[in-house]
Design a protein around this ligand. Structure first.
Ligand code: SAM
Length: 286
């Protein structure tokens, strides 16, 4: 097996394939040999498990996943990497590469077609330019996956894993906690990548909940979260009024019925608080 964390090996491989890095596609490849084994171990990949990987690059994490899991399906947008992956993953017969944009794929269908009878987890070093859309797609599509272990920018990891109701929380914190239990696993320095990005990274794991963490209409919940955080420095009555397009007195009435102080701020509210507002918005119905 080629040592894909060895810089000399990578340079030789990439120059032989005439490959140059695309900044636009977020191509920062991992070269720290300790990170991929640790990520793969943490992801839940193992016997009886299928892994969906996003953005395999030259296959450094893919190799680790293939050694642990029954099957790996890796979605890579850049077709220039396909011949490279053919070479680096040649010894594995449990890998399938799908050349597609992950944001445009029907992932439910892909999983049903590829992972029949297996528990499914996601493991990826995500391209940073689409971190939030990919994470939200993985959650909103209600995929039959048990966990999502991904490398993201350190700041994004801290935001996602902040406690709901803390100063560090934001719309993405509340949205992720609706579907999953997030945990920050470990930090990865910028020097662990080639080329090195400007910022550090972290690996997070989202354990997917069987049912959403609160009982209310999903669309109403997300309307409220979006509105509440649209002007996070304002008090909740004002941000809801502006974000939901309702009068200030209607926003105040909504909050009173939900039992929430109108001068609270979005970052102080709990999941139950957001759900209570969503229920009132829906005429008191769950
Ligand atoms: N997994 C490799 C590693 O850890 O070294 C590469 C990770 S690199 C940060 C992100 C990878 O995602 C690149 O290979 C890039 O081409 C791919 N990518 C970018 N946008 C994508 C998209 N929309 N769909 C699928 N793959 C994408």
């Amino acid at each position: 097996m080629k040592r894909l964390s060895d810089i000399g090996t990578i340079k030789e491989l990439l120059s032989r394939h005439g490959f140059s890095f695309s900044k636009a596609l977020g191509q920062n490849f991992l070269v720290n040999p300790t990170v991929c084994p640790r990520m793969a171990e943490s992801s839940g990949a193992g016997q009886g498990v299928g892994v969906l990987e996003i953005g395999p690059g030259i296959g450094v994490l893919t190799q680790e996943l293939c050694q642990l899991a029954d099957k790996v399906v890796a979605v890579e947008l850049d077709k220039r990497l396909l011949p490279v992956l053919d070479e680096t993953l040649a010894e594995f017969d449990n890998i399938k590469i799908v050349n597609a944009d992950v944001l445009k794929l029907d992932l439910n269908r892909l999983i049903a077609e590829e992972f029949d009878g297996l528990e499914v987890v996601v493991c990826a070093n995500l391209p940073y330019y689409i971190t939030s859309p990919v994470i939200m797609k993985l959650l909103e599509d209600r995929l039959p996956v048990t966990a999502v272990t991904v490398m993201v920018q350190k700041e994004a990891a801290q935001r996602i894993c902040a406690p709901v109701g803390s100063r560090e929380s934001g719309a993405v914190t509340v949205s992720v906690n609706y579907y999953a239990k997030p945990e920050l696993l470990f930090h990865v320095s910028a020097g662990s990548f080639m080329p090195a990005p400007k910022v550090d990274s972290a690996v997070i794991r989202l354990d997917i909940l069987q049912e959403p963490s609160v009982d209310c209409d999903r669309a109403a919940f997300f309307r409220v979260v979006k509105a509440a955080f649209s002007q996070r420095r304002k008090v909740i009555a004002n941000s809801l009024s502006a974000g939901l397009g309702i009068s200030k007195s209607n926003a105040a009435a909504l909050l009173e019925q939900a039992g929430i102080a109108p001068n609270a701020r979005a970052e102080q509210l709990s999941l139950q608080d957001f759900a209570a507002i969503a229920r009132q918005l829906n005429g008191g119905n769950p």
